[in-house]
Design a protein around this ligand. Structure first.
Ligand SMILES: Nc1ncnc2c1ncn2[C@@H]1O[C@H](COP(=O)(O)OP(=O)(O)OP(=O)(O)O)[C@@H](O)[C@H]1O
Length: 393
């Protein structure tokens, strides 16, 4: 009999255990559900807050005024003088930075993340260029002028302020290909401790159809953010050639890009720590609007090197190479009349290859003379190809 009771008690206690387990599981699953519902509730609350909060106005900082207020260009149009909310680190407010204003447009509430255009990223930006004046042969006058009109105002703007003259905003370098225009611009950036931003104007027009004007705007904003900086616009004639007829949409697009460039040039201060250097092989076709005072108003010719210049350039490249003792720099310079700095560099590289092919570890005078002949033939072929192209186009 007692065995039967035991069985009944055992049975009921095992049911109880099962029931408790069931209840525990139920509680657990309800707790998980509560947690999920809470998350969902928070999500909808946050969404509702976002929908109900007033929109902010996007703006770009143009200048920080001496009293701490900030001049901005709002996305809705006008320039505004605004305050900065106390929670914002004042150091982050610099020209070119994107910010969000409150709805009344009176106060900066947020510093927006810098959205650098992927197109701007395709430009060559050298934070610390390393070309020095000593690596450039035969352009002493041009270096002297660039030092005065670009390097000095970047390094010591106070000198200009004190004496009351404005340095040029833009400098135009013109001359045949390969004469060192890019090198000069890079060297000025190095020696002025400025960031070097290199853009090729023909790429604005070809690659980014419909976006040229925006790219120019972004380019200047980035240059201000990275200041002190030098914007180097190569082949400026691609967007800056005078146009008799602007009929096609491509021509209108180029015109818009040029107008934006002129507006940017007009809009900044000559003593801002951004300088523009442009280069062209075709100054004859440039729109005179580009060369007006306050734009590219300093024009520097970068010609083919003369006898002394060629000697210096040969010396610069041969100094770095293993050469025989009997190298006659004057003779090399005589034989390479009409060569650009880039041609002379090619001569030195070619001569080195001749020595390598011969299994020698030193370049001889004969290698250099042969290389001059070879580069000359190449130059003549290129010249006649160009003439033929011009004749039949
Ligand atoms: N005066 C020079 N002294 C030393 N090297 C030079 C000189 N001129 C040109 N070079 C050499 O030729 C290369 C090409 O020169 P660079 O790109 O500066 O010419 P550029 O005038 O800008 O040409 P382009 O008009 O074709 O853009 C330089 O990287 C440098 O190696």
């Amino acid at each position: 009999m007692s065995g039967d009771f035991d069985t009944i008690r055992d049975a009921s206690s095992s049911d109880e255990v099962q029931l408790v387990r069931l209840l525990e599981e139920k509680i657990k699953s309800l707790q998980i559900e509560i947690e999920n519902l809470r998350k969902e509730l928070n999500y909808y609350k946050a969404e509702m807050e976002k929908m109900l909060s007033p929109p902010l106005i996007e703006a770009v900082v143009l200048d920080v005024l001496p009293d701490g207020r900030v001049l901005v260009r709002s996305s809705s149009g006008p320039n505004l003088v605004v305050n900065v909310a106390s929670h914002i680190d004042q150091k982050l407010i610099k020209p070119g930075v994107s910010v969000a204003l409150n709805q009344r447009g009176s106060t900066i509430l947020e510093v927006l993340p810098q959205k650098e255009d992927p197109i701007v990223k395709t430009m060559e930006i050298v934070e610390k260029p390393n070309v020095t004046y000593s690596e450039i042969g035969g352009l002493e006058e041009q270096i002297k002028e660039l030092r005065e009109v670009v390097e000095l105002p970047l390094k010591k703007p106070e000198i200009f302020r004190e004496i009351g003259v404005e340095p040029p905003k833009g400098v135009l370098l013109y001359g045949p290909p390969g004469t060192g225009k890019t090198m000069l611009a890079k060297a000025v950036a190095t020696e002025s401790n400025a960031v070097f931003i290199h853009v090729v104007a023909s790429e604005f027009a070809q690659k980014f159809v419909g976006e040229g004007a925006r790219i120019v705007r972004e380019l200047f904003e980035m240059a201000k953010r990275k200041a002190p900086s030098i914007i180097f616009i190569d082949e400026i004639d691609a967007i800056g050639a005078k146009r008799i007829d602007i009929g096609t949409s491509g021509e209108r697009e180029i015109q818009r890009t040029l107008m934006q460039l002129l507006a940017e040039l007009d809009g900044f201060n000559p003593l801002d720590n951004v300088k523009i250097i442009a280069a062209t092989n075709r100054i004859d076709i440039l729109d005179p609007a580009l060369l007006r005072p306050g734009r590219f108003d300093r024009i520097i010719e970068v010609p083919l090197p003369d006898f002394r210049g060629r000697t210096e350039i040969f010396n610069i490249y041969l100094k770095k190479m293993k050469i025989e003792d009997n190298i006659n720099l004057e003779l090399l310079s005589q034989l390479s009349e009409g060569f650009s700095g880039a041609d002379i560099k090619n001569v030195c590289v070619e001569a080195a290859y001749m020595a390598i092919r011969d299994g020698r570890n030193k370049v001889t005078m004969k290698d250099l003379v042969d290389a001059i002949t070879k580069i000359n033939v190449k130059r003549n072929n290129m010249e006649s190809m160009k003439e033929r192209r011009e004749k039949y186009s």
